[in-house]
Design a protein around this ligand. Structure first.
Ligand SMILES: [Zn+2]
Length: 473
């Protein structure tokens, strides 16, 4: 039985979706604000929910998983002003980079990505209903949600509205009635992108985009909502207020899931501390599977410590497992004929069960990875030793099923033994690094020769400052 830790009740609960009889599960996860390159904090969060989504499908649920893309907000506007680009150019550019990074990390479980700016009618419609019901009011600079009309505000983060109000700082925005009232609609300021609305031109607040999108695709109540712990308050609190005020139905979301932070060498990751890692930076050092393995080696609710050392360890652990998988794959094809031995069949069945128990325990991936290592030990000690084709086939089948969730060995499992895209990528990375070192030592003749030879093979190198990328021409 799958158990899920629910932030709303602060308990581990048995998982029973709203449409249990129809076998359907609906999930929403807060997507990125696309104003910069995706970093390892994003990887942490989205790999975690990718595995959660895939495990729900593994258990037989028909899951519909939606993620929003925040493609308009202060940071995007600021970035546009700084670079001389339009908000749309910035948003689309970084959204594309986000999708590229997710694809490399094998994050492919999301059914629908929904952009905020493509749901303005739904957003306006929700604000209108909040106004009609008396939960929202208009001011000179926007439309706000009146939190005193929703006494349960604070229930997700375990705070009481009175305490929040009492502890509030002196109000800076004189337009608002209460300090914790939040913007549903922001009226246009000079130079900002705008959309038409009953309250004049402007743009949506951040919290309303999620409920507008989720109401459209998942309904007024659904099963799972995920995001980083930093989103519990006020973001998710505001979502609850908006949707429960509109629908009158509780709870808006049955299970609230929150992932822990990512720290770098024990410190918060930030650009000013110069310990900032984009996903691309990391993937120059290790393969995507190793990063995935590293992220899954900590439980999704716990903080994770990112460091070169931990990353290298993960790469080593992954390589060890990968070796076993390759051997096993070969054996399953060319192994010896013969009946599988009963003790091996039993041991495999026991391991399979333990893996599911681990995942049923609030998606405990570190435990599941430990079981994966037990599996590898058994395979090496028994199956490789016996060389029996049928035993190898059974062990491989278990791994293939697990890998629909973990997605750590897809490149090996799907490879036909020929040259893979992965291998080419890896070799190109080596060539480019060697060429960079040559250039640093001013050995231009040989570095130009490399460029020319690659050109003959139809591979073009593009040097942009210190970065070199490649493409097939
Ligand atoms: Zn959100």
């Amino acid at each position: 039985m799958l158990k899920v830790y629910n932030t709303l009740t602060r308990k581990l609960e048995e998982f029973h979706p709203i449409h249990e009889k129809e076998n359907r599960v609906y999930m929403f996860v807060c997507g990125p604000t696309v104003y910069d390159s995706p970093h390892v904090g994003h990887a942490r969060s989205y790999v975690a929910y990718d595995v959660i989504a895939k495990y729900l499908r593994y258990k037989g649920w028909s899951l519909f998983y939606v993620q929003n893309i925040t493609d308009i907000d202060d940071k995007i506007i600021r970035r546009a002003q700084e670079t001389g680009k339009t908000w749309k150019e910035i948003a689309r550019e970084y959204e594309e980079e986000y999708h590229r990074a997710m694809k490399r990390l094998f994050v492919d479980s999301v059914n629908l990505y929904a952009r905020a700016t493509e749901h303005i009618p739904e957003i306006i419609d929700q604000i209108k209903r909040l106004m009609e019901k008396g939960y929202a009011y208009e001011t000179e600079d926007g439309v706000y949600f009146d939190i005193t009309k929703f006494p349960e505000y604070g229930k997700l983060s375990g705070q009481r509205l009175e305490d929040l109000m009492a502890g509030a700082r002196v109000e800076v925005n004189e337009n608002k009635r209460h300090p914790y009232d939040f913007a549903l609609w922001k009226k246009a300021k000079p130079g900002e992108p705008t959309w038409e609305s009953p309250w004049g031109p402007g743009r949506p607040g951040w919290h309303i985009e999620d409920t507008a999108i989720s109401e459209r695709y998942l309904g007024q109540q659904y099963d799972l909502h995920g995001g980083g712990m930093d989103l519990i308050f006020p973001h998710h609190e505001c979502e609850i207020a908006q949707m429960e005020a509109i629908s009158g139905k509780k709870p808006f979301v049955r299970y609230w899931l929150h992932n822990g932070f990512l720290e770098v060498n024990g410190e918060k990751m930030s650009k000013s501390l110069k310990n900032f890692w984009t996903i691309e930076d990391v993937l120059k050092k290790v393969r995507p599977e190793a990063l995935r393995y590293f992220l899954l080696s900590t439980h999704y609710r716990s903080p994770i410590n990112f460091s070169d050392e931990n990353l290298e360890q993960a790469q080593k652990a992954w390589e060890g497992l990968a070796k076993t998988v390759r051997k096993l794959k070969k054996l399953a094809k060319d192994g010896k004929e013969g009946e599988p031995r009963e003790q091996v069949v039993e041991a495999l069945e026991d391991i399979r069960k333990r893996w599911e128990d681990a995942m049923d325990d609030d998606f405990n991936t570190p435990k599941a990875l430990a079981v994966l290592h037990d599996w590898a030990t058994l395979v090496n000690r028994e199956v490789v030793e016996s060389g029996l084709k049928e035993e190898a086939g059974m062990a491989l089948e278990i791994l293939e099923k697990w890998d629909t969730v973990l997605t750590l060995f897809r490149s090996i499992l799907e490879s036909d033994g020929g040259v893979s895209e992965e291998l080419v990528e890896g070799l190109m990375r080596i060539i480019i690094t060697v060429r960079q070192k040559l250039r640093e030592q001013k050995l231009y003749e040989i570095s130009d020769w490399i460029r020319a030879e690659l050109g003959n093979l139809g591979i073009q190198l593009n040097d942009r400052g210190k970065e070199t990328t490649w493409e097939m021409t």
